[in-house]
Design a protein around this ligand. Sequence first.
Ligand SMILES: O=P(O)(O)OC[C@@]1(O)O[C@H](CO)[C@@H](O)[C@@H]1O
Length: 397
Amino acid sequence: MPATPAAPVILGNAPGSFPHSVLAERHPAIIRQVRDAFPYGPAQHRALDELLKSCAEGVIEPLPEDAGDRDRWRGWGLDVYAGRSWFDVPWLWSESYFYRRLLDATGCTGPGAWQGIDPFRPFKRAELDAPETDGELAALDALQDRAERERADALLHGSLWGNRADLGFRLSAGEAAEPAPVLVADDSEALWSLLPPSGTGTLCLVADNAGRELVPDLLLIAHLLTEGRIGRAVLHVKPYPYYVSDATTADVVDALRRLATVPGAAAGYGRVLWSAMADGRLTVRAHPFSCAPLPYTDLPDDLRAEFASATLTLFKGDLNYRRLVGDRLWPPTTLFQDVTAYFPGPVAALRTLKSDVITGLSAATVSGLVAAEDQRWRTGGTHALIQVNPSDDAQRK
Ligand SMILES: O=P(O)(O)OC[C@@]1(O)O[C@H](CO)[C@@H](O)[C@@H]1O
């Protein structure tokens, strides 16, 4: 457990705050976007209307009695939060449950003809098929004659900044120009020392978004396998569509098929990944807990054992960071090592900053950021971090 006293859990009920704007503005905007993207029938339109009304002025309703995951959600807090305003429960819980209810409204959770239809698929496909993606992939050609460490760093940064291509984030970020990216913490040396070129261990990469984030994540995995920094990788994705752009198994398939159709060096990475899938060096996992509205302190036993045996578990993105350190208003200088001390193995986070949660900064970094931007650096997506806690549970005891 953290040596530091726990900070307050973030709720969505403070008008003017970022979490409040997500519940009050972003969620209704997502409903509108999804509604416009599909030729839904009257029942779906009615259900979307109801969800729109509920999330603006209603309360959290239980899941339908026949929902296959009803008991799971009851175990995750539904009985405690049902009947309360979406704004008054932990923000992480409220957001996660919104996406679960959106799937009901669109028919994705079935039964029926719309079962399994991802309401976010058009946005994910558009991003994957965008010419910018071709441009990014073509840039790999210029890397090929560089030293291994240089290629490794370039791919690590591609995966890190790929997290900015988050479709949900864009919904409210608009097209505003962003200042130059700045790393607020950079533990990349510690990260590489956990993955030396002679490695045979397993990397668990807990993915975040599909499209232009998942592609560089896969490229990084291909590099680590090819260069012998790892023997195996396990890619954790979401079991169902979530937070607009979060990657599912279908999105992994789309990304791998995309890599199979491009020219140049990117195609070589695609072939490495395709054969690694075939011989089991790369596997995809879609554990139910990946969509849980809970912090990773509540890891179920099977996932805990899996992460405990990994050489490194790498968490991608803002939401995973919130779940890893706890969705709390930590003082920014709280040690990342303290808030992740519960984690059963070496752990790293690659994240662009898109919500208020932050840990592991030096006092000088915090004062520099506040002087330049007040508190906007926390949520603007223009800063990023690479944080590592190299010690595993056994070493801490
Ligand atoms: O996890 P990601 O894709 O990096 O970001 C998720 C996000 O866009 O969604 C939340 C707001 O809805 C915030 O945590 C964050 O800004």
